[in-house]
Design a protein around this ligand. Structure first.
Ligand code: B12
Ligand code: SF4
Length: 409
């Protein structure tokens, strides 16, 4: 049975670890006739040709990827093949996704077990399998099939550093209203063991010649004892490559930061989002601004490269609130900062079926977004503020393809 996996085009290069996970899981169960195409690196012609004799074609989709995915699926669909959509967008809107004649089935949430079920012959239109209990049971993602070397080279061109991502967990217990992560992973977090994470870390660094590991977990530091164990064992096992991760200011303490530093953590990425307590509350972020100040102060002293994510465009946001966000960035002096505009993607609290029914999500990203406005600010006001802040903080701004890794400076 020939299976083709497709990562449609998007604004960023996308490592396609999701399809790497599906592929290694299929291989574990004896399905080896697999190919992979990326909308970023392969032309539509190559992708369509590659699907000529496919039995099953799987598309992985966030909302911005849907347009390209559907265009390809229309061109690929024939009487013989079976086309499956998975990822965040189809998980949020399975029925809508199925309304497209070129889509035969949708997988909601975690994909490994469900996709294997389809490969074995299940023809239900919407599949949602229980979550895999022990993440250590999953084989590491197949980074060769997903041609990760191309992404690594792209990262090298952008930053001068060979970077690859690893996930140490699945899920996030928090409830930020602008986030759609819970749709795939739920709010119950599952963790890999420290040894299992380190085995993959070691393998990726050695076999792919990686200079810097990005932990792409929603929040790396939720389970503190695990992170402590990870750091201690990383030091003991003499695995030296540096790494970075997403943290929340309320999921960290000084001792842990010191240990992380000792274990080679160079960068931390923090969702600060806003300097206005009212807005933090509105987004149910659940963090305290004094804690933000404190964590940025300590992490500067400890020598971390700190990246702050700021979000503009919450419904109640006024110009004064944006000024408070500017003020907090002035105070905390992150080494890198990004100002994005809220995008009401399906799966977030701001998606409205009626209002957004004609939106082409491929046109909505943190800079191109032409739909978000607040009670007090028009879309143009938001873009003007974004442009003003990007200009003011230009020395440390995070551009789409540039991540300003300390290793690159
Ligand atoms: C890491 C990450 C990034 C990294 C990507 C790094 C990389 N790996 O290449 C970067 C920073 C580049 C990035 C960029 C963006 N991201 Co992002 N990102 C994430 C994050 C944190 C993890 C994604 C991931 O790789 N997960 C690990 C894999 C294993 O999980 P997965 O992709 O969900 O796949 C599983 C299932 O979904 C399913 N599945 C997936 N595909 C398929 C296909 C088939 C056929 C089947 C059967 C199953 C299946 O099975 C997989 C294994 O179980 C998620 C949040 C989250 N936790 O989901 C946001 C998230 C996916 N990103 C999001 C967004 C919005 C973006 C941007 C559009 C931001 C922007 N405004 O520009 C861009 C562009 C993304 C795009 N592709 O269009 C949103 C998507 C919301 C939506 N409705 O689309 C999310 C959910 C975060 C959020 N705020 O809500 N992102
Ligand atoms: S934004 Fe981050 S902390 Fe908040 S719910 Fe999403 S993944 Fe969790």
């Amino acid at each position: 049975m020939k299976i083709v996996l497709i990562q449609p085009k998007t604004f960023h290069t996308w490592e396609a670890l999701n399809l790497g996970y599906l592929a290694s899981f299929l291989r574990l169960h004896g399905h080896n006739d697999l190919s992979f195409y990326s909308g970023f690196f392969d032309s539509d012609g190559e992708i369509i040709k590659g699907c000529n004799d496919a039995d099953i074609v799987g598309f992985s989709c966030t909302s911005p990827q849907m347009r390209h995915a559907l265009n390809l699926a229309k061109a690929i669909k024939n009487n013989k093949n079976y086309i499956v959509f998975g990822g965040v967008h189809p998980s949020a809107l399975p029925e809508d996704t199925l309304k497209n004649d070129c889509v035969d089935a949708v997988v909601q949430g975690e994909g490994e077990e469900a996709f294997l079920d389809i490969v074995k012959g299940n023809r239900e239109q919407i599949l949602k399998h229980p979550y895999i209990k022990d993440l250590d049971d999953l084989p590491f993602p197949d980074r060769i099939l997903i041609k990760q070397e191309k992404n690594i080279r792209q990262a090298y061109e952008d930053n001068g550093v060979r970077i690859a991502s690893i996930f140490s967990s699945r899920g996030c217990p928090f409830r930020c209203t602008f986030c759609a992560s819970h749709l795939v992973w739920s709010r119950a977090v599952r963790y890999r063991s420290a040894d299992n994470i380190l085995d993959e870390f070691e393998h990726v660094v050695k076999d792919l010649k990686i200079d810097f590991i990005k932990f792409s977990d929603d929040t790396f530091t939720v389970k503190k004892p695990l992170i402590r164990e990870f750091c201690e064992k990383k030091i003991k096992r003499n695995i030296n490559a540096p790494w970075g991760c997403n943290i929340r200011v309320d999921s960290i303490d000084v001792d842990m930061l010191k240990l992380m530093k000792q274990a080679g953590c160079k960068e931390i990425w923090i969702g600060v989002e806003s300097g206005a307590p009212k807005i933090i509350k509105e987004m149910k972020k659940g963090i305290d601004i004094d804690k933000v100040r404190n964590v940025f102060k300590i992490t500067a002293e400890l020598g971390f490269f700190r990246r702050a994510y700021m979000l503009l465009g919450m419904p109640e946001e006024s110009l004064e609130d944006i000024k408070l966000s500017e003020k907090i960035v002035d105070e905390i002096r992150p080494d890198a900062v990004g100002f994005t505009i809220l995008a009401p993607y399906p799966g977030t609290a701001y998606y409205d079926r009626e209002e957004h029914k004609n939106v082409d999500w491929a046109e909505v990203d943190e800079y191109k977004n032409r739909i978000t406005k607040t009670k007090f600010l028009s879309n143009e006001d938001l873009h003007n503020e974004q442009a003003r802040l990007v200009t003011k903080f230009r020395k440390s701004i995070v551009y789409r393809h540039k991540t300003q890794s300390p290793l690159a400076i």
